[in-house]
Design a protein around this ligand. Sequence first.
Ligand code: NAD
Length: 311
Amino acid sequence: MQAVVTGGAGFIGSHLCDYLIAHGHEVVALDDMSTGSEDNLQQLVGNPSFELVKGSILDKELVNDLISGSDTVFHLAAAVGVHTIVDNPLSSLRTNLHGTENVVEAAAEHGARYMVASTSEVYGKNDSDGLTENADRILGSPLKSRWSYAAAKGLDELVAYVYGEETGLPCVITRFFNIVGPRQTGRYGMVVPRFVSQALAGEPITVYGDGRQRRCFGSVFDIIPAVVELLENPSGHTQAVNLGGMEEVSIKGLADRVIQLTGSSSEIRFIPYEDAYGAGYEDMQRRMPDTTLARQLIGYEPQRSLDDIIM
Ligand code: NAD
């Protein structure tokens, strides 16, 4: 395949580039380096099958030009991270909405199959057991969601879906639930790398809220092959598919586990949500994917445990 990976210098995107190159594909990564880093792609520098283009998905001409030479597009570029989104809601909305329009439009014009990265946030403030795609296969509940991020991702899903239906091109929407792994930084509010770096530095581990909120964490190494398989498998096309881990843990339990695995002497410090994110912030008590659809479509079975993910 001749693939374009938007957000290719980011956490998930760089692992996807590694995976595609290792499987013999040609890859162009497009990234504006806002949260991504060239360090994530060090291992691919000089590889004749790989090219990094620094630029924005908001540059319609550039996006169109790159995609015109490809047959497959993985669209991962987005403004991400709680702080980025809370501090810059409207510019995040612009990137996540218009950038996706540019990418999907170019894929449609040039007949490239495409994948669009979405998020568990489209389920809104819903903490029922095992969030499933069946009730709201497309669009989730963006009007009951947190932040412009979720609303934009919900609209991205709709754009991806409608273009897929109209053009008949293979397309897949992946709803990621808390994906974790090497190269993810804690700078943008991601909880696992933040806890690990606090533990390794012997600093207090800062738990927002009372720590009883429960989450599942998925390994990037489990989801990358699943993303590629979903796009290659016709039965997954034009669907939104949950991807994530299944092992549930409270955030306080996660902090305890990180302290234990790193042998740290850090204490746990509880910070009220409003101090961390400002007044009016709400968090879900539970966030767990139902991955039945991914299991049915591609036999998705996450292999990595929470301890594997932390270590
Ligand atoms: P990341 O910040 O590491 O990756 C996003 C990449 O997009 C970065 O490299 C950034 O520089 C790039 N980018 C941002 N704006 C851009 C623009 N205008 N033009 C070009 N590049 C731009 O974050 P990630 O965790 O790897 O996220 C990848 C995708 O997965 C995102 O779409 C995100 O919304 C989605 N997602 C991730 C998670 C998770 O748990 N990591 C959960 C849900 C959804």
